[in-house]
Design a protein around this ligand. Structure first.
Ligand SMILES: Cc1cc2nc3c(=O)[nH]c(=O)nc-3n(C[C@H](O)[C@H](O)[C@H](O)COP(=O)(O)O)c2cc1C
Length: 403
């Protein structure tokens, strides 16, 4: 996957700069061409000579060096890159690029490139956890640049904590994975719903559920990795908004319905991982309800059934996937929902099982297909499961296209 790919690798002035040697070596062995840019400070830690020898190209570091060819160097490198990787990325380079500063060859090339950019931050824990650094990383991510999270462990400053540059093999794997993600969903629009909806009772209270959004966000990210144009419709969630996709924030089921119906007609795939509130308060109190009687009741009315509506609107070729979170009769309820709502697949999870369902990092599910097949999967991460769900969707798309 890396054969012939041109990677512009920026090295900045962090103690972990030496680890970039092994990363360059791994990338080259995998067939990539690597062009190294070093900051002035990086040269305090490692030498240009090492990177010239290991990369097989001269190392760039100065915007004002003697002209040896007629390309403006930062523009040439920015255009040539299939990907830029900054390793290690200091707090300084993260801050400078987040602020749009271009005062040396590396920062100027970063601002001039249209290639995907990956930063591998490495620094002392206090620096990494500093809200300003966190804010800068978030800014870069919001613009679609990627962060390779640092590892936790012993740090060069003598303390232990988060901020270590991951091992060279781990950084290499992230880059390899990026190129190996087959862009089979390129040109397809995938809509994903995530998290729970909430229904107000009065100005301060609401009815909600325990859905975190982790499953839906994982699916949205995986669909994007496979090349899809992704629209994520999300109920309230504490998760960081994924970069590079359209995210529509909603609160109530009625708002989610409106957003989903508006997007549905040109979607190729809809995956409804959100846990929507089935009922809402019939009347929302204008003022905060005061505590008085020992018991009280709230009259509820049914919310619209979004999945049912999508199932009836579905045109041939569109793929619709639902989720069923149950505490009993899992297969029976899931099968009924699959047929009644005209779904292609339903992902059924028994939320009474440990490490499955709401807010967990993992999930334990069965995937039921319209043709009657039931795939029982072992406990796995939500990221892994997102990949398997999309594998099913892609297979179904292939079958549909042959019809
Ligand atoms: C011994 C030493 C180690 C350093 N290690 C780091 C580090 O790991 N991460 C970091 O963000 N800054 C580190 N710094 C600070 C940076 O070198 C400094 O912020 C510099 O301006 C970064 O410049 P650059 O981002 O242009 O390469 C270190 C400084 C020294 C003297």
């Amino acid at each position: 996957m890396l054969k012939g790919k041109k990677i512009v690798l920026g090295i900045t002035g962090g103690i972990a700069a030496y680890k970039a040697v092994e990363i360059v070596s791994r990338l080259r062995k995998a067939g990539a061409e690597v062009y190294v840019i070093m900051t002035k400070e990086a040269a305090e830690f490692v030498t240009e000579l090492t990177f010239r020898e290991i990369s097989g190209h001269s190392v760039s570091s100065d915007m004002w060096s003697k002209v040896t060819h007629w390309n403006v160097e930062h523009i040439a490198l920015a255009n040539l890159a299939d990907l830029m990787l900054i390793v290690p990325a200091t707090a300084n380079i993260i801050g400078k690029t987040a602020a749009g500063i271009a005062d040396d060859l590396l920062t100027t090339t970063l601002l001039a490139t249209k290639a995907p950019v990956f930063f591998a931050p490495a620094m002392n824990s206090n620096m990494y956890e500093n809200p300003i650094v966190q804010h800068n990383m978030k800014t870069l991510q919001e613009h679609g640049w990627h962060m390779i999270p640092p590892a936790t462990g012993h740090l060069a400053c003598g303390t232990a904590g988060i901020g270590r540059l991951p091992e060279a093999i781990d950084v290499f794997t992230v880059i390899e994975d990026f190129f190996s993600a087959v862009q089979v969903l390129k040109g397809k629009k995938v809509l994903v719903t995530a998290a729970g909806t909430i229904e107000p009772i009065d100005p301060v209270r609401f009815i909600g559920n325990r859905s975190s959004g982790k499953m839906g966000y994982a699916i949205a990210r995986e669909a994007q990795r496979r090349g899809a144009e992704v629209v994520l419709v999300s109920g309230p969630s504490a998760l960081q908004e994924p970069a590079g996709m359209r995210v529509i924030h909603v609160e109530t089921t009625a708002q989610m319905r409106e957003a989903v119906i508006k997007e549905f007609s040109d979607c190729n795939v809809v995956i409804k991982a959100a846990a929507v509130a089935d009922y809402r308060a019939k009347e929302i109190a204008e003022n905060k309800i005061k505590k008085s009687e020992t018991t009280m009741s709230i009259m509820l009315e049914k919310n619209p059934d979004i999945l049912q509506e999508l199932g009836s609107l579905k045109k041939s070729g569109q793929i619709l996937v639902g989720f069923a979170a149950e505490t009993q009769k899992l297969l029976e309820y899931a099968k009924t929902k699959l047929l009644k709502k005209n779904l292609d697949f339903i992902v059924a999870n028994d939320i009474t099982k440990p490490n499955a369902g709401f807010n967990a990092e993992t999930n334990l599910v069965k995937i039921l297909s319209r043709d009657g097949a039931v795939e029982e999967l072992p406990l796995m991460s939500k990221k892994e499961l997102a990949g398997i769900i999309l594998d099913h969707v892609i297979k179904k798309m292939e079958i549909n296209s042959k019809k």
